[in-house]
Design a protein around this ligand. Structure first.
Ligand SMILES: Nc1ncnc2c1ncn2[C@@H]1O[C@H](COP(=O)(O)OP(=O)(O)OP(=O)(O)O)[C@@H](O)[C@H]1O
Length: 259
């Protein structure tokens, strides 16, 4: 079953300086359990496409379904969790209460909240940090807490917009490894936005290479790397390097260097 079906989708923003076509003629299907990355240069529409899936933007053309329904109904049905580039945790709430926030809105009892807090903090290896405040945690730990919050509503679909972009490389490597373990354990469908070729190739089952002005899909690279947890040193293998090269070639071919 396809979790996401996108057909001939386009989106034009109306701005004071005239229309900005952010997405053009996007065709894409994402199957249940896939880990799909969107990669492309700044401004190619990666975030916009993710926001369309999340019903945070409305397309101006074409069709999209999420979980077999409209993005709006999928959002109201809490079909997805969304992880932003910055952790976006409330500084006056403890880690546990940050994770609990969407659960409070859903009207879960304290006991139900507690069970979900514990389970999802364990999934991101943050057991024991429930009573800490965000500022007492490192950037990587804060981002893990925001992943736990996205998971707490128990969505089958996780939408992640450059969640590790602001972190240093060692922390990013570690979180990439943990994210793959979590994905293998929970069998969720993940859509992940990144600028990094190694990150996209390491994580994904499919890599969507986008090109700018207006944002289009240039190539979709199917990964033949094993599904499930991958050791970090897989990045040294010829199979990995071949995939990375194909993504790099796609980015180069799709990029206009005129501007
Ligand atoms: N609300 C908006 N109004 C007008 N233009 C917008 C709006 N949001 C995005 N855009 C434009 O749409 C294009 C795509 O933006 P988007 O943020 O999706 O790109 P991106 O690939 O995610 O970039 P980055 O990697 O820098 O985050 C850009 O040209 C951007 O300026």
């Amino acid at each position: 079953m396809n979790v996401i079906d996108i057909e001939a989708l386009s989106l034009t923003f109306e701005t004071g300086d005239g229309p900005v076509q952010a997405l053009s003629n996007i065709d894409l299907t994402i199957a249940k359990g896939d880990f799909v990355s969107f990669i492309g240069p700044s401004g190619c529409g990666k975030t916009t496409l993710l926001r369309v899936i999340a019903d945070l933007e409305r397309p101006t053309g074409g069709a999209i379904s999420v979980n077999g329904t409209t993005p709006e109904l999928a959002r109201l049905d809490r079909a997805y969790g969304y992880v932003f580039q910055a952790p976006a945790l409330y500084p006056w709430r403890t880690i546990a209460r940050n994770v609990a926030l969407p659960l409070e809105i859903m009207g879960l009892t304290r006991a139900q909240q507690q069970e979900r807090i514990e389970r999802n903090l364990a999934l991101v290896n943050l057991t024991g940090f429930e009573k800490k405040y965000p500022w007492q945690l490192s950037g990587g730990m804060q981002q893990r807490a925001s992943i736990a919050r996205a998971l707490a509503v128990e969505p089958d679909l996780l939408l992640m917009d450059e969640p590790f972009g602001a972190l240093d490389e060692i922390v990013r490597d570690h979180l990439n490894e943990q994210l793959l373990q979590l994905w293998a354990k929970t069998r969720k469908t993940v859509v992940f936005v990144t600028h990094s070729i190694p990150e996209a190739v390491y994580l994904s089952t499919r890599i969507v290479v986008m090109s700018p002005r207006p944002g289009r899909i240039h190539d979709i690279v199917e990964s033949d790397l094993p599904r499930g947890p991958r050791p970090l040193d897989i990045r040294e293998t010829p199979e990995f390097l071949k995939l990375a090269q194909r993504v790099r070639d796609g980015l180069r071919a799709g990029h206009s260097y005129d501007d």
